[in-house]
Ligand binder design. Structure first.
Ligand code: NAD
Length: 422
């Protein structure tokens, strides 16, 4: 056991507000602290959540009374902070993505291997009901061999303006134009964890944006990135194929990240909005099963016969709590009345991290898994810039064999069940 966690949050923007209460309430957390480059934000958060430990900078926090850093800074800044935290001997919980360069990803994996500190990437996609369903079916062998799957993260730029403006100042478009595949883990995590495999090769194409907001294009953002959308085909280690899409210019709102299909040699899953269908081949005959009731939230099921159901659904209503397939029985009692979000995933992400850091076991989204979720995106972007050239994706391997995996469904008792992709 590593002992209780003293968690320092770096970044006091919008997203962290969902997580401070969950960390504070977790039985393995002793204390929390905050820092932000913008002092007013830090102080507002400290006041709102009654936090006494405030630091003037990330660097001061690293020298202070914390053993864990929780990274909630803007998406393009995670890698260097995770590296500095690990070098300072701290566990790391990071909002997605892991990092923006292959070098930073490799460095994080190297440091985690060397220090045996806990690194966990809080990836909502891994815990969403459709991923849990497909992963469980593939792992059980019921679907046969994985052959093909599709997942996407659709988030139109019009819904992003305010969040980029919040921390980006006058230069906000320079960051908003980040290549969509530098934020790839909502799509990759869902289909790769469903396929129980990882990607070896990628070929991708990007949509050259020409919108009047002038966010994408040469000279318009820090990456000279012309693409608002990128779709990639991944060739997986288990010989299956996955199509991922990261779309930032799309006439769509909700659901945002989801598996459209996950196909095996014996069975397949398909989804459309709130309809989830599982088909198995028995001999020559297809046996369909409507599994919507276990993948939708109870609120969705309750309202599904109302005339405005589809409209509400398409606008994201009823999407933030858990569905029956998500095992809430494994969560700490302290989480019972806590707010959730992103398909009921927040509590699972924090709980897995805290249990992993406390026990010294590997979390399901540990550094090696996170690398396998991130690296395909970085290479998909390179491929798209090179007009679809097929590229090899570097693989950083499996976690050390002598490092036990947390078995989140059975709390601290390891049952030997497989939770890591590979
Ligand atoms: N579904 C998801 O998984 C999901 C959803 C939303 C956001 N996120 C991620 O959460 C992260 C935070 O998002 P947000 O919307 O809260 O961002 P935000 O822009 O609102 O806040 C980021 C904060 O970090 C601070 N900051 C930056 N560098 C710092 C440093 N070196 N030291 C101290 N403070 C620093 C900024 O001043 C800012 O206040 C992003 O990486 C985003 O990708 C993930």
């Amino acid at each position: 056991m590593s002992g209780k966690l003293k968690v320092g949050f770096v970044g006091c923007g919008a997203f962290v507000k969902n997580f401070i209460p969950l960390f504070k309430a977790h039985p393995y957390v002793e204390s929390v602290a905050v820092t932000d480059l913008i002092k007013e934000r830090r102080d507002e958060i400290a006041q709102k959540f009654e936090i006494k430990n405030v630091y003037d900078s990330f660097e001061d926090m690293l020298k202070g009374d914390v053993n864990t850093i929780a990274i909630f800074v803007q998406r393009q800044l995670h890698g260097p902070l995770a590296i500095a935290a690990l070098e300072a001997g701290k566990h790391v919980y990071s909002a997605v993505p892991m990092a923006s360069t292959p070098e930073d990803i490799a460095k994080i994996v190297e440091l985690v291997a060397k220090t045996r500190l806990t690194y966990s990437m809080g990836e909502t996609g891994y815990y969403r009901p459709c991923s849990v369903f497909c992963r469980t079916k593939v792992l059980s062998g019921e679907m046969g061999d994985f052959v093909y799957g599709e997942a996407q993260y659709n988030h139109d730029m019009r819904h992003f303006y305010k969040s980029y403006q919040r921390s980006g100042g006058e230069e906000w478009k320079m960051v908003a134009g980040i290549p969509p595949m530098l934020y790839p883990t909502h799509s990759t995590s869902m289909i790769l964890s469903s396929a129980c495999s990882y990607a070896l090769k990628v070929a991708a194409f990007g949509y050259e944006d020409h919108h009047e907001d002038e966010i994408f294009g040469k000279g318009r953002n820090y990456w000279d990135n012309p693409h608002s959308n990128t779709s990639a085909l991944l060739h997986l280690k288990n010989r299956g194929i996955a199509r991922i899409s990261e779309n930032r210019r799309i006439g769509w709102y909700s659901p945002q990240s989801y598996v459209t299909c996950c196909c095996g040699t014996e069975g397949s899953y398909e989804s459309s909005m709130a309809q989830h269908t599982y088909v198995r081949l028995k001999g020559m005959d297809a046996e369909p099963e409507d599994v919507s009731a276990i993948l939708n939230t109870p609120a969705m099921e309750e309202h599904k016969n109302e005339p405005e159901f589809l409209k509400n659904l398409a606008n994201g209503k009823w999407a933030n709590t858990t569905a029956p397939i998500q095992n809430i029985a494994r969560l700490p009692e302290e989480y019972k009345d806590q707010h959730d979000g992103h398909g009921g995933t927040h509590k699972f992400m924090v709980d897995d991290f805290c249990k992993a850091a406390y026990t010294g076991k590997l979390s399901p989204t540990n550094a090696w898994v996170a690398a396998r979720f991130n690296m395909p995106g970085l290479y998909a972007h390179k491929s798209a810039i090179r007009d679809g050239e097929c590229l090899d994706i570097p693989d950083l391997g499996d976690p050390p064999a002598d490092w036990a995996m947390l078995d989140p469904d059975n709390d601290l008792a390891a049952s030997g069940r497989k939770h890591v992709i590979g």
